[in-house]
Design a protein around this ligand. Structure first.
Ligand SMILES: [Zn+2]
Length: 729
C-alpha cells in the first residue's frame, strides 16, 4: 500500500494492493480459487497511507459485511480485503492496534462471515515493506544508510520477517483463502541499500569482505546488488514456506516490481522475484506505466512466470490510488479488457472514503465492467500468439542504465511501441531465463540496445541463428562489458558479419536508404529513398566482413557554436557525411541477422520520434517475419492481441481501441500532460487477412459490421473492445 517518495520533479504515491486466495478448502478440493477467477476487487481504507491516522472518524464505516455484499453485487469473483497496513490491523490483533473509529468491530471477521454465505473467496491484504509502526516500535528493524543513519524502511535481514510471520499467523486463523503480500521492495527512492548490523554481518559471512562504502558501480557494488536481490528472494521464500506450513491450501502472492520502469533500486529482478507465490501479481495504470504499459505489463509478467496465471491490478481513481475519484466506465473497461485480452485476471483496487464509505457510482461501474467482461469470458485465457520476441536484458538495465535506467528502457519500450502500432504479435524474452528453447519459441527476436551480453547469451544467439532463427540487433547491443564499461571490440562481430569500428558520440544520427537496397528491398518500404532522416539514439560504425551493407549511416552536422562548446548537443542538427552502413544483413547457418547501426527503438520513444524511424524497425521485422497466421491493418490507436486455440482451431483477434481526447496545457512541466480519460467509444476499421482457410467468423458486439471476402475480413467496430472469432480448417 503505499508509498513513497519523491525526487524534485515528481512524487509518486505507490500503493499496493492485494492478493489472493484459495477457495473453500474443506468443502471441495477443486481447483484453487484463482484458476476460475476472471475479475475481483481489492478494498482498503484511505487515510493511513501518509501516516498514523487518529480520531474516531477514520475507518468508522469500513465494514466487511457491506464490502462483501457490494462485491457480490458487482459480480466480482473474489475479494481482497485489507487486513494490515503500515499502522493498523483491521482485525483483533495482539500485535497491532485497530483504528479508533472501528471500535470493537473486526473487519476480517465480518468479511469472512458474510463471504461464507456467498462462497466468495477472500484474500487478506498484508503490508510487508512500509510496516511503519513495527519499525517505530522496533528501531532494530530499520534500514541504515551508507553513512550509518537509520531510516524508516524495513530491513529484511533484521528481526522484521519474524514479526511479519506473527502477523500472518494471526490472519491465517480467520481461514482466509489467500494472502496478498504487498510491497517487497527495498525502496523506490533514496537511500538505496542497507548498512545495518545484520546486513553487514551477513555480507561479511557471504563474501568474506566488508560492504562497499556506497554506490560504487564496481565489483563490490555488484556483490551488493546480488546481496540485495538475494535478500528479497529469501524473504519471499521464507514467507511462502511459512504460509504453506501453517495453512496448506492458502494461496500466497507478492506484489512484483521486476518490470520497467522499476530498476535495481527496488531490489527485484524480472525472473528471480517472480515465482515465489502461487501466481505473479503486478500493477498497471496510466499513472505509472503509460497506456501502452497496460499490455506490456501483462506480457512481461507472463514472460517472467511461464505456465503460471498472471494477476494484474488496476485502480478506480482517475489519477491513482486513494484519490477519491472514479474513472468513467469506458475508461475502466478499456484497461480491464486489455488485460483480459492478454490472458491475465484482473483486480480493481477501490480505496474507500476516509470513514470507509463505499462510493455507489464506483460500484455501479465495477458491476457493469465486470458483467460485460464475464459475458465475454469464454474468449479470454487462450494462448497469446507471439511472433516476435523483444529481448529484455536486466544486466543492461542495472549496469548500463545504472542511475538512469531510462537510457535503456527507452529502447525496450520503443521496440514494444513499434509492435503495438504495427500490429505485430510480440512477447518478451528475459536474459535471466535464456535458453535455446526460450529463444526458439520465436521466429524473430529483436535485441533493442541489449548492450550487455555475456558469453553464454552470445553462444545461444549463435546457435539460435544457425538453427534458422532470425535476429535483429540495434545500436550498442553487445558493446559493453558486464560492469557497463564500453568495450574496445564487439562480442557479436560473428553475428553481425562486420567489424566494430566505433560508437558514435552523437545521438542525432541519420539514416539514408537506397545504397545497397537490392540486398533487402523491403527495408525501405514507405520510406523515401536517398533521403536522410533522423534516427535519434546510439549508433555504431560497422565495417562489413561476411555481411552485406544496406543504406548509409550519416553523422550530424556540427555548428561552430557547438564546436566552441557554446551550444550543447541536445537538439538535433542536420545530416552530414556517411560514416558506415545503415544496416548489415548477415546469413549464418540456416538463419540470418540484421544489424541496424542506429537505434530506431530508442528514436521511437525519444522526443524527436519521426514516424520513419519506427517504420525502419517495422520493415526490419517484417523482412524477417514468416507469413503470419493473421495480418492486421488497423489504426495506431488500436491494439491487437491474437490468441490461438489449436485444439478447437480457433483464432481470436482482440481489437482494443484507445481514444483519449486532447488535453490542455498543464500548470507545470509543460508539455508533459497526463492523458485524458476515455469518455467515448472509438469507431475504427480493421482489415484482417487470415492464412488458414476460414470456416466461420463471428464478432461479439451487435454494432460491429463484419464483411468477408475470401480470406480477408473487414470489421467496423464501435466500442473499445471487440473479438473477431475465426474458425479455420
Ligand atoms: Zn539491513
Amino acid at each position: 500500500m503505499k508509498m513513497f517518495h519523491s525526487n524534485s520533479t515528481f512524487t509518486y504515491v505507490f500503493m499496493v494492493f492485494f492478493a489472493c486466495a484459495t477457495g473453500i478448502a474443506d468443502e471441495n478440493k477443486k481447483a484453487p480459487w484463482f484458476k476460475k477467477a476472471l475479475v475481483g476487487l481489492e478494498v482498503g481504507p484511505t487515510g493511513t497511507e501518509r501516516g498514523p491516522e487518529t480520531g474516531k472518524k477514520y475507518a468508522a464505516n469500513f465494514n466487511g459485511r457491506d464490502i462483501v455484499q457490494k462485491t457480490i453485487e458487482a459480480n466480482a469473483d473474489y475479494l481482497v480485503i485489507w487486513a494490515r497496513d503500515g499502522w493498523f490491523a483491521y482485525y483483533d490483533s495482539k500485535i497491532l492496534p485497530k483504528p479508533e473509529g472501528m471500535g470493537k468491530r473486526d473487519i476480517l471477521k465480518e468479511t469472512m462471515e458474510e463471504a461464507k454465505k456467498h462462497n466468495l473467496p477472500v484474500i487478506a491484504y498484508c503490508v510487508v515493506q512500509y510496516g511503519s509502526r513495527a519499525t517505530r516500535e522496533n528501531p532494530d528493524y530499520r534500514m541504515v544508510d551508507s553513512e550509518g543513519n537509520p531510516f524508516e524502511r524495513n530491513c529484511f535481514n533484521s528481526g522484521y520477517p519474524e514479526y511479519v510471520e506473527k502477523v500472518i499467523a494471526e490472519i491465517l486463523k480467520y481461514n482466509v483463502d489467500g494472502l496478498h503480500l504487498d510491497m517487497l521492495d527495498q525502496g523506490f527512492g533514496p537511500p538505496y541499500g542497507c548498512w545495518c548490523k545484520y546486513c553487514k554481518k551477513l555480507f561479511q559471512e557471504k563474501y568474506g569482505q566488508e560492504m562497499p562504502k556506497g554506490i560504487t558501480w564496481d565489483k563490490d557494488w555488484d556483490r551488493m546488488l546480488e546481496f540485495r536481490y538475494d535478500t528479497s528472494a529469501r524473504l519471499e521464500k521464507r514467507l511462502t514456506a511459512f504460509i504453506r506450513k501453517t495453512a496448506p491450501g492458502v494461496t500466497v502472492d507478492y506484489n512484483y516490481h521486476g518490470n520497467p520502469p522499476f530498476s535495481w533500486r527496488v531490489g527485484q529482478r524480472p525472473v528471480q522475484h517472480s515465482h515465489h507465490g502461487d501466481f505473479i501479481t503486478g500493477e498497471t495504470g496510466i499513472w505509472g506505466f503509460s497506456a501502452l504499459g497496460v499490455g506490456l505489463n501483462a506480457r512481461f509478467y507472463a514472460a517472467a512466470t511461464p505456465g503460471l496465471p498472471v494477476q494484474v491490478v488496476m485502480q478506480r481513481g482517475v489519477r491513482m490510488y486513494h484519490d477519491q475519484t472514479t474513472r468513467p466506465l469506458i475508461d475502466m473497461r478499456w484497461e480491464l479488457l486489455t488485460l483480459l485480452a492478454h490472458s491475465s485476471f484482473v483486480t480493481i483496487v477501490d480505496k474507500t472514503a476516509y470513514d470507509g464509505w463505499l462510493d455507489p457510482v464506483a460500484y455501479d461501474r465495477f458491476g457493469k465492467a465486470f458483467t460485460d467482461a464475464k459475458a465475454r469470458q469464454e474468449h479470454f485465457g487462450q494462448p497469446v500468439v507471439e511472433d516476435v520476441g523483444i529481448y529484455f536484458s536486466h544486466r543492461t538495465r542495472d549496469w548500463y542504465g545504472r542511475n538512469e535506467q531510462g537510457k535503456y528502457f527507452r529502447s525496450f519500450q520503443g521496440a514494444h511501441l513499434t509492435m503495438v502500432y504495427e500490429h505485430i504479435p510480440w512477447g518478451v524474452v528475459l536474459d535471466e531465463s535464456i535458453s535455446l528453447k526460450s529463444l526458439k519459441r520465436f521466429p524473430v527476436i529483436v535485441l533493442p540496445n541489449a548492450n550487455i551480453l555475456n558469453k553464454n547469451e552470445v553462444e545461444l544467439f549463435e546457435k539460435y541463428v544457425e538453427g534458422g532463427g532470425r535476429l535483429i540487433l540495434t545500436g550498442f547491443t553487445g558493446l559493453f562489458d558486464q560492469m557497463g564499461n564500453a568495450l574496445d571490440s564487439s562480442m557479436i562481430e560473428n553475428l553481425v558479419g562486420a567489424k566494430f569500428v566505433r560508437r558514435m558520440e552523437s545521438l542525432d544520427n541519420h539514416v539514408r536508404l537506397g545504397k545497397g537496397n537490392a540486398t533487402l528491398p523491403t527495408l525501405s518500404t514507405d520510406i523515401r529513398k536517398n533521403w536522410p532522416f533522423l534516427v535519434k539514439g546510439p549508433a555504431v560504425v560497422w565495417k562489413p566482413t561476411t555481411g552485406k551493407p544496406v543504406g548509409e549511416l550519416l553523422q550530424p552536422d556540427r555548428s561552430n557554436l557547438q564546436k566552441e562548446g557554446r551550444v550543447g548537443f541536445d537538439w538535433p542538427l542536420s545530416a552530414a557525411d556517411p560514416v558506415g552502413p545503415a544496416a548489415i544483413l548477415n546469413q549464418r547457418g540456416k538463419g540470418s541477422v540484421l544489424t541496424l547501426a542506429a537505434s530506431p527503438d530508442y528514436a521511437t520513444t525519444s522526443e524527436h520520434r519521426i514516424v520513419e524511424a519506427r517504420l525502419l524497425l517495422r520493415n526490419a521485422i517484417e523482412s524477417f517475419r514468416p507469413t503470419p497466421l493473421v495480418s492486421i491493418d488497423a489504426p495506431k490507436n488500436v491494439e491487437a492481441v491474437i490468441t490461438h486455440d489449436k485444439e478447437t482451431k480457433t483464432i481470436r483477434v482482440h481489437l482494443l481501441g484507445y481514444l483519449a481526447p486532447p488535453t490542455t496545457t498543464p500548470p507545470k512541466n509543460r508539455p508533459f500532460t497526463l492523458p485524458a480519460l476515455i469518455e467515448d467509444a472509438p469507431i475504427f476499421r480493421a482489415k484482417i487477412d487470415v492464412q488458414p482457410e476460414i470456416v466461420e467468423v463471428k464478432v461479439l458486439n451487435e454494432t460491429t459490421k463484419l464483411k468477408r471476402t475470401k480470406q480477408r475480413l473487414t470489421v467496423q467496430v464501435e466500442d473499445i473492445h471487440e473479438v473477431v472469432v475465426i474458425q479455420y480448417r
